[in-house]
Design a protein around this ligand. Structure first.
Ligand SMILES: NC(=O)c1ccc[n+]([C@@H]2O[C@H](COP(=O)([O-])OP(=O)(O)OC[C@H]3O[C@@H](n4cnc5c(N)ncnc54)[C@H](OP(=O)(O)O)[C@@H]3O)[C@@H](O)[C@H]2O)c1
Length: 352
């Protein structure tokens, strides 16, 4: 007999999707179905559906067979195109293809959780109004979050399902083969600096070292996704979801150095995409000498993504009053989160 809730997680191998699947698998009353193009590289009892969401026919074939789904968590993301504008059409189409296939097939569909992020407010463009509130005006489009949101809003009237939009900021979790993952990237940067006998220097500009920012633990996000799918007050609402505290890299840097038994160094601005481009062979040596899992550097780190995060020289703050007012009072200490996740990366032999 199947559980009362059957959740389909699209993007099940991503940073967010991995933690949503792993969290829901442990929850009583939920059956989980994981989907992406390639099977997730973690052990899971959840059935896996291989599907290319960019292909409407494949969606109809694969998702159209999932008539018992009651909840959808949409955590898929296509990193297609060099610009934000070029990413918009494929990402919008993926959500539409998924809904076109699932909606007629799953009459018991009750809820859709769509992941967005602080880029909704334009945090990637420069300074924006902080703390950002859910009702703040959008930035100048394009932004695929806007198109995906419109697609959901337009198709909901008259339907039994409701939607919730969640807006995290850098999702901190463990996901293999998905390089847009800040925690793994910082850990690898620390490990390589140590291997080269260097102090742990902050590679961004000095203003970014001091600015206020924030993060979202992927496990916290997973809890928020379950809350969104089960709490009536979340129906057709949007929530910022962050750890609840704020950080400055300058305050975290000594902790990172301590975690890797290194000396914290001063700021020395370099583009990691340029300076780490030749570190593949060094990483392969480290894999051998430290007995690490055989990951290629480019499969676990995207230096361009780290450069982007470390070069945001403006405050990034989300107001989380709205989710707390609606009953989600979970929080995470971001310093403890980094220590815990570095420990998990070590236990998985991803870093020395
Ligand atoms: N990562 C962050 O720090 C962060 C921060 C704030 C907001 N967000 C938002 O959160 C959402 C999820 O991001 P994420 O970082 O978890 O993404 P991610 O790690 O890049 O994972 C993307 C997932 O989508 C799947 N996918 C990509 N193209 C697909 C396709 N054509 N068909 C089926 N599945 C496909 C991938 O698996 P396959 O490649 O195997 O298909 C993977 O499972 C995005 O909307 C992102 O903007 C992320």
């Amino acid at each position: 007999m199947s559980a009362p809730n059957v959740v389909l997680v699209l993007g099940a191998s991503g940073v967010a999707g991995t933690h949503v699947v792993q969290y829901l698998e442990r929850l009583e009353g939920w059956d989980v179905i994981a989907a992406a193009r390639r099977p997730p590289p973690y052990a899971s009892a959840a059935p896996f559906v291989p599907v290319d969401l960019g292909d409407p026919a494949a969606c109809r074939e694969k998702l159209g067979a999932l008539g018992h789904v009651t909840h959808l968590v949409y955590a898929a993301y296509a990193e297609e195109g060099a610009t934000w504008a070029e990413q918009t059409a494929p990402n919008a189409a993926m959500l539409v293809n998924a809904m076109d296939a699932l909606e007629p097939a799953a009459p018991g569909l009750r809820h859709v959780t769509l992941l967005q992020g602080t880029k909704y407010y334009g945090n990637h463009l420069g300074p924006f109004r902080t703390p950002a509130k859910e009702g703040d005006p959008r930035h100048m489009p394009p932004n695929f979050y806007f198109d995906q949101e419109e697609a959901l809003r337009e198709r909901r009237p008259g339907k039994a399902w409701t939607w919730t939009l969640l807006r995290p900021h850098f999702i901190a979790g463990i996901a293999l083969g998905k390089p847009m993952n800040l925690v793994t990237s910082i850990a690898v940067y620390c490990a390589i600096s140590k291997e080269l006998g260097l102090p742990l220097r902050f590679p961004g500009p000095p203003e970014s070292f001091r600015t206020l920012t924030q993060g979202t633990d992927a496990d916290l996000l997973a809890k928020a996704a379950v809350w969104a799918g089960t709490e009536p007050a979340c129906a057709n609402h949007t929530f910022n979801i962050t750890n609840g505290d704020f950080l400055r890299w300058e305050n975290l840097w000594p902790l990172f150095a301590e975690c890797f038994d290194m000396e914290p160094g001063p700021v020395q601005e370099i583009r990691l995409a340029e300076f780490m481009a030749d570190k593949g062979p060094l990483w392969q040596d480290m894999v051998r000498t430290h007995g690490l899992a055989p990951n290629r550097l480019e499969d676990i780190v995207s230096w361009g993504f780290v450069d982007y995060v470390f070069r945001c020289a403006w405050d990034i703050m989300s107001d989380t009053t709205q989710c707390r007012r609606a009953g989600f009072d979970e929080y995470v200490d971001t310093e403890e989160m980094f220590v815990r996740l570095f420990g998990r990366l070590r236990a998985l032999q991803i870093i020395p």
